[in-house]
Design a protein around this ligand. Sequence first.
Ligand code: FE2
Length: 274
Amino acid sequence: MTLRLNRLIASEYSIASAKIGKAFDGFTFAYLADLHDVCVGENNSLVIENIRRRRPDAILLGGDMITERKHGVHMTECRHAMDLVISLAELAPVYYSIGNHEVRWMDSERTHTESFADYKKALESAGVRFLDNRSAKLHRGNDVVRITGLSLPLRYFGVRHETLDPSVINLLAGEPAEEYFQILLGHSPTHHKAYDAWGADLSLSGHYHGGQVRLPFLGGVISTGWTLFPKYDMGMYDLPHGKLIVSAGLGTHTIPLRINNPPEAVYITLTGKA
Ligand SMILES: [Fe+2]
């Protein structure tokens, strides 16, 4: 049965950088992550209405829109994700970077009739652009913002994950654009140091679901990798080079629990140079 959540919060951030051209001043991204095929409002109406009202210029998806339960994903188990993403694509250009659940689905394709490739193809035909170790350049006038979506192998997730070296991002997704404002969609905040060292001016993560249960003053209790009180669970953080924004995400899986932790839509407004 689909988990239905009945509240949505919107978090707003503004990002200023000398690399953001004047034409991008006021440009707003909506950023959504970790739907896990749940519904926030009936058929995700709370998410769709929130985005429709705020009219972002582009929508970024940070992965884990579906849940892979070790048998692939039946089409009935990704219906809410598909419906939501298709509805979003009618509102603004959508860029979809995948999370560990989509990677697991890709890995399990041979054991299951419905494949990630079918899901991807259906969304692409609705206009969604997948950034699976790919980049997209957004142009406004003579100014450019570059978005790269990082897809990591599963050994970089979980309790005993490998440490990510920035050179691996170069190998998988290519080099950063030094001349443009560079956004990196990196699903797990665990690897924020590598994202930053790679050259991301802004890294966007999710994956921890805000720590599932949020306590006053202490924040999120547990990460999806079973770390207690994870440091980078929700919010914006300064890194040596750029910034990191971690979303608490929209849904949950396995333990159907979000306490004091409503689903979150993130809005990021760019401030261009004067
Ligand atoms: Fe995840």
